[in-house]
Design a protein around this ligand. Sequence first.
Ligand SMILES: NC(=O)c1ccc[n+]([C@@H]2O[C@H](COP(=O)([O-])OP(=O)(O)OC[C@H]3O[C@@H](n4cnc5c(N)ncnc54)[C@H](OP(=O)(O)O)[C@@H]3O)[C@@H](O)[C@H]2O)c1
Length: 295
Amino acid sequence: MAVNRIMLLGANGQIGQALRAEPLPADWQLGVYGHAECDITNHRATQQTIRNFKPDLVVNAAAMTAVDQCEKEPDKAVAANFEAPANLAAQCSAIDVPLIHLSTDYVFDGDNGNVPYKPDAPMNPLGIYGNTKMMGEESVRHELAWHVILRVSSVFSAFGANILTKTLKMLDEKDELKFVNDQISSPTYAPDIAKTIIVMAEAILRGHSGGFGTFHLCGEPPCSRYDLVQAIMEAYAPHTTRRPSILPAATADFPGFAARPAYSVLDCSSLRAVYGIEQKPWREGLAEAMQKLKG
Ligand SMILES: NC(=O)c1ccc[n+]([C@@H]2O[C@H](COP(=O)([O-])OP(=O)(O)OC[C@H]3O[C@@H](n4cnc5c(N)ncnc54)[C@H](OP(=O)(O)O)[C@@H]3O)[C@@H](O)[C@H]2O)c1
């Protein structure tokens, strides 16, 4: 059986961990590279690591994802989210290998009349994180024809630090919590992203030439942070005696945070049309993650 060598960058992030936890196709040999094994901002070392591994396909799940930290350290954000994907795409192009690159709903400004964004909608990010991710996307498109850019939103899972794991900690420690109810997006369960990456990679490796381009994946239905945290508390309730008050708040109640889109729901119809992948209810992912964490 011919082996497909898949190189995973950002392997210890939540999407990286989710991909590693999935059952992989029998012919895959997964090369797992965390930040320590491959710092994607070190272009020469990244080139060498790629050449040594000799991938058939590269998945880039590495990024600087802390939205507020990106405002404080813009140079680091530019290096990780823009210059590194540009280099990765150029390296993939040099050896004629496809790249699946992850991106975000924060490339949009949230001012779309409460209509879900299609993949070809104009980008207009509000902060450094979204700006650097947009520039990363554009460089990937420019450098490499054989790319997939998969935008996802509000990712949660049992892996690493994310809205679910951070909220559970707060529910344990605080008696009153406030979350915004005026920012709407669609939470996405990291294992659903991992499954989508596998389907995409398999199709591309089989020669599905229509599978390249920019796609959206998120769960459904759309909700606010406040709604999501209410659902987390409901799912957590059987496992705890704690009942902290969860209060709705407005974005304006949290000055000093990076600007975030008010409405960044992603239209996933092209993912369904091209890959046959349906959106999943995020509550199913939440139940599964809660079982893993507290069951
Ligand atoms: N999390 C979300 O809500 C969300 C929403 C929309 C889109 N996305 C996109 O999804 C992708 C993955 O996100 P995630 O949720 O898995 O984030 P994550 O948990 O923060 O994982 C990102 C990983 O990248 C690593 N990394 C950072 N800088 C690196 C560098 N210079 N070289 C190599 N690795 C580096 C991090 O390692 P260290 O921890 O050691 O720095 C971390 O393990 C990103 O493209 C992100 O923009 C995420």
